[in-house]
Each structure stands twice: as C-alpha cells, then as structure tokens.
Ligand binder design. Sequence first.
Ligand SMILES: Nc1ncnc2c1ncn2[C@@H]1O[C@H](COP(=O)(O)OP(=O)(O)O)[C@@H](O)[C@H]1O
Ligand SMILES: [Mg+2]
Length: 323
Amino acid sequence: MNIVEVKNLKRVYKSKKGIMRRKTIVTEALKGINFDIRKGEIFGLLGPNGAGKTTTIKILTTLLLPSDGEAKVLGYNVDGEEQKIRKQINFIFGGERSLYWRLSAKDNLSYFGDLHKLKRNIKEKRIDELLKLVGLYDRKEEKVETFSKGMKQRLQIARGLMNDPDILFLDEPTIGLDPVAAQNLRNIILKLKEDGKTILLTTHYMQEADDLCDRIAFINNGKIIKIGSPEEIKSNLDDIKILTTNLIEVDENQKNQLANIYQQAKLMKKDRVLHVSIETKHYFSVLKSLQEIFKENQFININTRQKTLEDAYIQILQGDFNG
Ligand SMILES: Nc1ncnc2c1ncn2[C@@H]1O[C@H](COP(=O)(O)OP(=O)(O)O)[C@@H](O)[C@H]1O
Ligand SMILES: [Mg+2]
C-alpha cells in the first residue's frame, strides 16, 4: 500500500525584491515531481541545497499548499483534508528549537502530549516508553538546556512520536551532530522502522542514506532525476569499481603513458606522491598495464573499492547539470 502519493506536484514561491520591493521574483521550487512511499519504508530525499526537499516535506506535512498537482498522505489530500493528516503524522526539522530549554525532558514531552490531547495514563506511559527508546530515561528530570546537541535531537525524535504517528518526516535529522551522536540517531530511526513506522528523511550524508533507506529519490532543481533502492542506483553506474594507487618518483614519460591509456584517470600530485584513481570494470587488465608502466618499487599501495552512493550521487547530478 502506498502511504504517500505525489503526482505532478508543483510549487512556486513569489517574493518581492529591490529597494521599493517592486520586482516580483518567481521561484519554481518544485517543477512537477512524482513519487510514492510504501508503508513501513524508510524513504530518502537527497539533493543539493535549494533542490526542493524542504518544500516537499512542508507540503506533505500540510504546512504549505501545492501550487499544482496532487499529494496524498494516508489516502487524504493535503489540500482539503489537513486535519485528518495532521493527527496521524509528525515532523522534525533539523536545527529547529521547538523544545523548551528550561523544562525537563519529561515535562517537554508532557507538554506536547497535552497539545495532542492525550489521556493522562496514555501520556505517562508513552513518555516513559519514548524516553527509553531514545536513551534519555535516566536523564528525564534534567533540564533540556543541560543536554548535548545529540541528546536534544533524540528528545526531538521522542517529541515527534508523542502522537504515535504512522509517518514521521525528518528533515536533515543528523545535521551538525558528531559521528557517535549521528550513529545513535540512525539506530533509533532503524528501531522505528522495526516498529512499523514509515519514515521520510532528507540528508546530505550519502552513507547515511545508504545505511538507512529502502528507497531513495535524487532531486535537483525541483525535479526528481533518479529513484530506486541504493543497490539499484549503485548498480546502474557507468563503471562499478574504482582502482586507486599511490606512486613515487613518477617521471613525465610515465605520467604521459598513463594518461594516454586511461584518459578518465584522475591524477593528483601531493608532495612526491602521485595519486591515481581509475574507474574500471576490468581490474586485472588495468593492474597489468600499470605494471608495464611503473616499476615495482614505485608502488606505495594499490586498492580497489566498490562505488558508493556518493559516487552515484555525484555522477547522476553532474549528468543532470551538464544536460
Ligand atoms: N519562503 C520562500 N520564499 C521564496 N523562495 C523560497 C522559499 N522557500 C524556499 N524557497 C526557494 O525554493 C527552492 C527550494 O528550496 P527548499 O525546498 O528549501 O530546498 P532544499 O530543502 O532542498 O534545500 C530554493 O530555490 C529556495 O531558495
Ligand atoms: Mg532544506
């Protein structure tokens, strides 16, 4: 079942510019996007700044109306059935300050529980469950102002779960967190999926998207340019592997020979070391020609790696910018 359905969705912003604010600037933030999210899925929306990710989330969470096209959440139209949607969803925007820093973790959640009109016993039970889920149960009486950034963000997640939503929208949930705090947050997101929640998230961290998402949409300049599972997206890349090697005492002749055979090779010189990176399906033949050009004692190391989602992102986006 599709829990989110987006059809030919468009959004324009009109803003005034100039000293007299006479000029009207029209920004087409979404130029007709299409995608579905299935129940229980973690769906990632990835793309550069200004691509239209936050606009998409704002429309799906009924904070903003579409200019054209259609968006349905849980079968309800975002334009006209806002109230029904709002009861069953929740959202967290990265870097937002919706928590009350002078209140304790528990009192914060209690406040949001009251906003959602939860019955007292249900509210208390849920507060305890959620504080345990996000690893803050032992700190529940402490004021939020004493919390680290990671703890605050985990409390935000608990806040976003107070109404037991079917879908949680997370806009850049790990932005600005240190690696350990970000990992903690990712583990919580995976637990939510196990509990049957559907999640839409945006992120700039490709490894994070690869680790978390069942499916991903790349969005650029208001258009979706690729959609699929991380595996599908990676397997569609031009070449599947990258061979890298570091060489010393490379002379110009050797460098030219290499550049002639592998025109795509990236050569970067750092101090006395030449770093070579070649995209290849044919690892052994590349290795063989490297051996023909260079002497054994010139190789510092040789590595291969599979292409990552980050490689896919860069390749697909460059293709989109170029034509
Ligand atoms: N309130 C607004 N008024 C005018 N333009 C806006 C507004 N919000 C966003 N935009 C523009 O819409 C485009 C998409 O923005 P946004 O959805 O925030 O992108 P992302 O979240 O992917 O960085 C950008 O060009 C941005 O400048
Ligand atoms: Mg954004």
